[in-house]
Every structure is written in C-alpha cells, then in structure tokens.
Write a new protein. Sequence first.
Length: 218
Amino acid sequence: MQISQEMVQQIVSQVLAEMKAAPPQPSVSAVLAAEGKLTLRDKGVAQKGTNAKEVVIGVAPAFGKNLHYTIKKLPHDQILREIMAGIEEEGCTARIVRITRTGDLGHIGNRAAKLSGSGIGIGLQSKGTIVIHQKDLFPLTNLELFPLSPILTLEKYRAIGRNAAKYAKGENPTPVPVKLDETVLPLYQPIAVLLHNKEVLDIVHRGDDIELEAQFKE
C-alpha cells in the first residue's frame, strides 16, 4: 500500500490532537517536590537473596532517579510505599533493586525474581506499569501483568504487593482485579512514548543490578 501525502497529514493531525488532549505533565516545582520525597541510595551490586520470604522489587533504570512520576502522575515515593506496605502486611520482606541493563518490564520482573530469595519478584517501570514474576518463568510470561498504568491506583499497587508476598509464601492468590479500559490508550500513548524515551537514556549496557535503600520524607 502506498502512503499518500494526504494520509501522512491525517496521521500527523491525529497524533497532535492526542498530544493536545493528553493530561499535562507535572510542573517543574512538582517534580522537584516529588524528587525530594524519595531518595534511593545505592548499596552496591545486588546479590541473590537467601530469605525465603523476600520479594525483590525491581525498578527501571530511571525510576526515582531522573523520573519521579507515573504516567498517571502518581509520585514514585507513594507507589513504592504502597507496594512495600502490601508485601509487609503479608509478613514478607521487600528488597529494592535497580535493573540497569534494560527498560523492558518482563525482563526487569524476571531479573528481580531471580535475585529474590523466594523466587518471586516485582518489575516496575517509571511510567507505572508493573508485573509480578517468578524466577523459573520466561521473561515474557508472568504471574500477573498490569500493562495499563493509567488505570492503576495506589490501592491497586498495595494489593499487587500483597499478592506478590502471597506467591512468595507458596499461596495461589486470586489475581488483583483491574478493569481493562483500552480507550485510555490513545489519550496516554504520547506520554508513554515520552516517558519510555527518557527511561532508556539511563540504561547501562551490561550494567550491574544495584541494590537500593529507600529513604522517604514527608
């Protein structure tokens, strides 16, 4: 099929309309405020855990570093708090590791699971997409996947943390329910592309997995 000049103009007009309709990004002052509420301190190269009740949260290269909000404008400190709280509610321990060599959600989650003492990990991209993974699964398979971050709330992130902990304890929990709404895709797609492009700038080729210590401020 040949693409005419008229078709190109229609495509460009559609993209521009989507970008204009997309929710505005946080202001510079808001970003600085969010940055100040979460510090992820490097503790060195992450090692495989030995705690059978551990869940490793694998965060993307730019998470809490050069990006501080999800696509829905939820601050990274808030969603990280909720995930960790959900894990702890089930009597498990959360450990945070930055996966530096990839921005792919499946690979982040799978690597986190392989580092986890329980074999269960969570993969978390800066834009808010999240997955619960298991060490013996392929990267593109998983236990639970949440690809539409615009529909995720803080309560859902907490529930995801709880379910990850339940898997770590050998349970078979009911998957966290989410109402899939594909109508949000055109609205948020331009922002998703922008955040992805920023994410990959922090990828380190063959980089180490870095253990992190989270410090939260009110």
